[in-house]
Design a protein around this ligand. Structure first.
Ligand code: SAM
Ligand code: DTB
Ligand code: SF4
Length: 326
């Protein structure tokens, strides 16, 4: 077997649920060793990709996602804000770049964008790209023509999450189906945009739901280039506020599973970092996480401040990954 085959031989989209469950059940040290070995085959183990988020349209979303502070159905005290002007978004992107981010992700609280909304989003994407940043957007469901428009404006990544297992999904969201999500992911992929797709842990799902969720992600062919793993941020007023917190070591196990199953994808330690200790984050990086959201806010909730992330990177000898060329 040549070098190339040895490196690429572990990229599979035909994982069975039984294989995923067997990995999930490994002793912690065995699981982390396998994850770290996979990580080192494909990545610089001390480099972490750094993305900054901005909410470009906030609140009053018609969907009923039970975790989300932006749904109009739940009283979370959030002020709604109209779609931002492109110039204001570009100014925020410049500040994120100057603070060290290499990717800028624009999020909107929409079920799906209207075609006229995309005029402004296209201007944002062009402007952010001109700053030398990678561009990402998360705007809800897309039709194939909408995905092609975004690609035409230069969008590099689209984030659209499966969120959880197909079995647990109906407990969390009733206003769109799992298949709707898969259809949007296919439209994004077909348009030539790279896919960012992951989900949320700690929503009251079972261990078998978590294995099934990872199985759903790892059987996408090709795998998403970017896999955000969020720990539920419990926002008072949302139906999931008060859910029993997930065992932190189980969160680390799922990061390790994502790394083993999708060895060439960036696995992002996403929402919930503000509630994690440095030690837990260090374990997540050891388990193969190699991307973070950076900057004091996620979309509407808090994230660690940039000074504490710099200190964490220094403590762990981590370097920010340079922006991909092109
Ligand atoms: N409205 C669009 C959509 O749902 O696709 C885009 C924005 S939406 C806020 C993006 C993702 O953020 C969701 O799919 C979910 O995984 C994550 N998210 C939202 N609220 C969260 C929370 N309270 N804790 C953790 N992740 C959350
Ligand atoms: C993702 O998976 N996590 C990000 C991003 N994609 C858009 C969003 C997290 C949101 C957390 C709750 C909030 O700040 O509103
Ligand atoms: Fe709306 Fe997205 Fe929040 Fe669901 S996750 S309520 S679609 S903003």
């Amino acid at each position: 077997m040549g070098q190339e085959a040895a490196v690429n031989g572990d990229i599979r989209s035909d994982w069975t649920l039984a294989e995923v469950q067997a990995l999930h059940a490994l002793p912690f040290a065995d699981l982390l060793f396998r994850a770290q070995s996979a990580h080192r085959r494909h990545f610089d183990p001390n480099a972490v990709q750094v993305s900054t988020l901005l909410s470009i349209k906030t609140g009053a979303c018609p969907e009923d996602c039970a975790y989300c502070p932006q749904s109009i159905r739940y009283d979370t005290g959030l002020e709604r804000e109209a779609l931002m002007e492109p110039e204001a978004v570009i100014a925020r992107a410049r500040a994120a770049r100057d603070a060290g981010a290499t990717r800028f992700c624009m999020g909107a609280a929409w079920r799906s964008p209207k075609d006229r909304d995309l005029d402004k989003v296209e201007r944002m994407v062009r402007g952010v790209r001109e700053l030398g940043l990678e561009t990402c957007a998360t705007l809800g469901m897309l039709t194939p023509p909408q995905a092609r428009r975004l690609r035409g404006a230069g969008l590099d990544y689209y984030n659209h999450n499966l969120d959880t297992s197909p079995e647990f999904y109906g407990e969390v969201i009733t206003t769109r189906t799992y298949q709707d999500r898969l259809d949007t992911l296919a439209a994004v992929r077909d348009a030539g945009i790279r896919v960012c797709c992951g989900g949320i842990l700690g929503m009251g799902e079972t261990a078998s739901d978590r294995a099934s969720f990872l199985h759903a992600l790892a059987t996408l062919d090709p795998h998403p280039e970017s896999v955000p793993i969020n720990n539920l941020v419990q926002v008072p007023g949302t139906p999931l506020a008060g859910t029993a917190a997930l065992d932190p070591l189980e969160f680390v196990r799922i990061v390790a599973l994502a790394r083993i199953l999708m060895p060439r994808s960036h696995v992002r330690l996403s929402a919930g970092r503000a509630q994690m200790s440095d030690e837990m984050q260090a374990l997540c990086f050891l388990a193969g996480a190699n991307s973070i959201f950076y900057g004091e806010k996620l979309l509407t909730t808090g994230n660690p401040d940039t000074a504490s992330d710099h200190a964490l990177f220094r403590r762990l000898g981590i370097r920010p990954e340079p922006a991909a060329a092109g």
